[in-house]
Design a protein around this ligand. Structure first.
Ligand SMILES: O=C(O)CCC(=O)C(=O)O
Ligand SMILES: [Fe+2]
Length: 349
């Protein structure tokens, strides 16, 4: 698919600048770049250039377009369901965006990392024909390359957190089943400015690798009251730390609150597509700070008493299922259901 010419991102909206990190320099072991990554990951956040995945991302958008064009009844055969499973299709309006139960406007297709690794065998479930047809050319390479990049980042964080070698890798093994997944998201054109596409949240897992073409993603950094846009830069991927890594690191790494609204300025009225890969810990991983393995994490836990790091010792798979399940509108009994879907947002969203 030729990349369409898109209207520019506006100059006059509040934006949050992310530090640009060069992935090739990280791979080459450039210590300055590694230090810059660490500063950004524990600070304002970062995006990656030279990640080498752009062409495959474009193929994922082709797959997404073909999938969303399928008849509604066909897509619904692959729906994720109300029991807390994420893999499969999610229709627009299936999730709440807030405690009042307003509905989301995005539809998306989630493809399990495990199904991509098992392909052509099935690990969790099957997908629409438009996904199967693009498994070899788009989905499998996207999942494998994204996993590789996130593993490189996790290994750097492992060292910087003072953990014994391989501790984070052990909790994110390619072949252990996990909630890791690829997601292709469509927000329809001409959505009212009043509608929220995806409600305020922190990501559930460890690292998210996100590719946007249009604006609409907003963040609420610590200590800030006004939502700030993240301006997409062509070919750059936005990287987000999720709750699992925030908890494992004792809050040294933190998960940013974000949401998605219709594109701003001249981009308003356009269909908005995004492509994400979510790395999440293996299903059996206990979500608790790795304080016994690292003095700096132990120190951080003592300091970060204000952060919501106590998950009650749940596993990654329990954490994930609870959050997915309680954002489904069909499961809503009242504002308490939204509350039950929350992570480390601490009442800010
Ligand atoms: O579409 C985006 O820019 C972000 C999507 C997102 O936050 C999510 O799916 O968790
Ligand atoms: Fe997110």
């Amino acid at each position: 698919m030729p990349v369409p010419t898109l209207p520019p991102f506006p100059e006059d909206v509040p934006t949050h600048a992310l530090l640009i990190i060069d992935y090739e320099q990280l791979k080459a072991g450039n210590q300055d770049e590694i230090d810059r990554l660490w500063g950004a990951a524990t600070g304002l956040g970062f995006c990656l250039k030279n990640h080498g995945v752009q062409e495959v991302v474009d193929r994922m958008f082709d797959m997404g377009e073909a999938t969303m064009k399928l008849p509604y009844e066909e897509k619904m055969k692959f729906e994720q369901g109300d029991e807390g499973r994420s893999f499969g299709y999610k229709a627009a309006g299936a999730n709440a965006v807030d405690a009042a139960g307003n509905l989301d406007t995005v539809e998306f297709i989630n493809i399990a990392k495990d199904d991509a690794y098992a392909w052509p065998k099935v690990a969790h479930r099957t997908y629409p024909s438009t996904v199967s047809e693009k498994m070899d050319e788009a989905v499998v390479p996207f999942v494998k390359k994204s996993t590789d990049i996130n593993t490189t980042l996790l290994n750097i964080f492992n060292t910087k957190l003072g953990l014994p070698e391989g501790e984070l890798a052990k909790r994110h093994q390619d072949l252990e089943h996990s909630g890791s997944e690829a997601r292709t998201i469509k927000n329809p054109a001409k959505m009212s400015k009043e509608r929220t596409a995806i409600g305020a949240h922190t990501d559930f897992g460890s690292l998210s690798f996100l590719h946007n073409r249009l604006g609409g993603l907003q963040v609420l950094p610590p200590g800030v009251d006004e939502w700030q846009y993240v301006k997409p830069i062509p070919g750059h991927a936005i990287c987000n730390v999720g709750d699992a890594l925030a908890v494992l690191s004792g809050g040294i790494l933190h998960s940013n609150i974000h949401r998605v609204v219709p594109p701003p300025g001249a981009q308003a009225g356009q269909e908005r597509w995004s492509q994400v890969f979510f790395t999440r810990p293996g299903d059996s991983t206990t979500l608790e700070p790795l304080a016994a393995l690292s003095p700096s994490i132990a120190e951080a836990v003592k300091k970060n008493t204000d952060k919501k790091l106590d998950t009650g010792g749940v596993t990654a798979s329990e954490w994930f299922a609870r959050r997915i399940k309680n954002q489904r509108i069909k499961n809503r009994t009242g504002p308490e259901t939204w509350e039950a879907s929350r992570g480390t947002e601490q009442g800010r969203a």
